[in-house]
Design a protein around this ligand. Structure first.
Ligand SMILES: [Zn+2]
Length: 351
């Protein structure tokens, strides 16, 4: 139930089972890419399943791994030859780090950023967990390049992160960009494919980031989604409301729904419940507003699924999609990408 503070190494040790399929979306820029047929490791949705969740600037694709190197030709040598960590400071105050991986991601980042290493590692891991098993698949020969600085509340601002993965045989390049129509920036690969997956028919349609997966910690039984207080929580299925506000000290305002297949869904740390026990709610109906109540250290939604005494992983239960920036948005994304490539290159070139 706790929203873990950023920067804890738990993330690194538990990011198992995320998609490691090696398929690549073949037709990334076509307007209606069908669900990829060769993604057995991923419960992929068809694009049509979530059209209501897409802003005009984006469309949903089956959640196949990205070809993170597909169209990035800038700075091709930036990750080519580092054998030791280097850090430079850009004239915008970002530290530019280029380092080979040694040991775990946490160890690697501790070496370059000391006490901030764990926080950096967690932010970095949240990006690449969707494409790699970070415990097993980040290898000694891999190379990392990031720009970062610490901002208020000790949060890490990391607008660009690269990982040259020997396991994947390519470099994953994640660029922060706010798509028109979205409330929050997300991260995107050079071809305009979103880095994090999204739940199909999840409880939040506009949020900052999934900050904890079920598999991150054995004691944590749900998914945490960072979002400001007051974000509408939508019923993911037609459902009956079973109870509310039990174990208030830990859960805060909370709701429990029963889906038609018998799955119980818990929504914790709410600021306001808009549905109540005995009511039937329709899929997509707003049932609550997110909050920071109970045992929670930052505004977020804890979403948990149970069937019998089993805890279900929302990723498996819902399936996921990746969004694709639409062609008319690509020019502004590419301009931002060029700026961020410049940020990485500029500081290193000044050395
Ligand atoms: Zn939680």
């Amino acid at each position: 139930m706790l929203q873990p503070p950023g920067g804890k190494p738990w993330l690194l040790f538990a990011l198992l089972g995320a998609s490691v399929a090696l398929n690549i979306i073949q037709a990334i820029n076509k307007p209606d890419v069908p669900a990829h047929k060769e993604t057995p490791a991923i419960a992929a949705a068809t694009p049509a399943a979530q059209t209501s969740d897409a802003s005009p600037a984006v469309q949903n694709l089956a959640a196949a791994p990205a070809d993170g190197n597909a169209s990035s030709t800038q700075n091709p040598s930036l990750l080519g030859e580092a054998t030791a960590a280097t850090t430079a400071t850009s004239n915008t105050g970002y530290a530019i780090v280029r380092t080979p991986v040694h040991g775990s991601l946490a160890q690697t980042f501790q070496e370059v950023a000391g006490d901030d290493g764990d926080a950096l590692s967690a932010v970095f891991a949240r990006l690449f967990v969707w494409d790699l098993d970070l415990r097993h698949d980040v290898l000694r020969a891999d190379q990392i390049a990031i720009a970062w600085k610490k901002v208020e509340n000790n949060e890490i601002d990391m607008p660009v992160a690269w990982l040259r993965s020997s396991k994947l045989g390519r470099t994953l390049k994640a660029y922060r960009f706010k798509a028109p129509g979205d409330s929050f920036a997300s991260y995107w690969f050079p071809e305009g494919l979103e880095v994090p997956h999204r739940l199909v028919d999840g409880p939040l349609h506009d949020y900052q980031q999934i900050t904890a997966l079920l598999k991150d910690r054995p004691t944590h039984k749900g998914m945490d989604i960072k979002t400001p207080v007051g974000s509408p929580v939508l019923a993911p299925r037609d459902a009956e409301v079973l109870r509310e506000n039990w174990s208030f000290a830990g859960n805060g305002n909370c709701l429990e729904l029963r889906y038609p297949d018998g799955t119980l869904a818990k929504f914790l740390h709410l600021s306001e419940n808009l549905a109540h026990p005995g009511e039937h709610v329709a899929k997509g109906q707003t049932i609550a507003k997110t909050g920071n109540t109970g045992h929670s250290t930052a505004p977020h939604l804890h979403y948990q699924l149970n069937r019998g005494d089993k805890v279900l992983d929302p990723i498996d239960y819902h399936g996921t999609v990746r969004r694709q920036l639409n062609p008319e948005v690509m020019a502004s994304f590419q301009a931002e990408m060029a700026r961020l490539d410049g940020l990485l290159g500029e500081a290193i070139a000044q050395r």
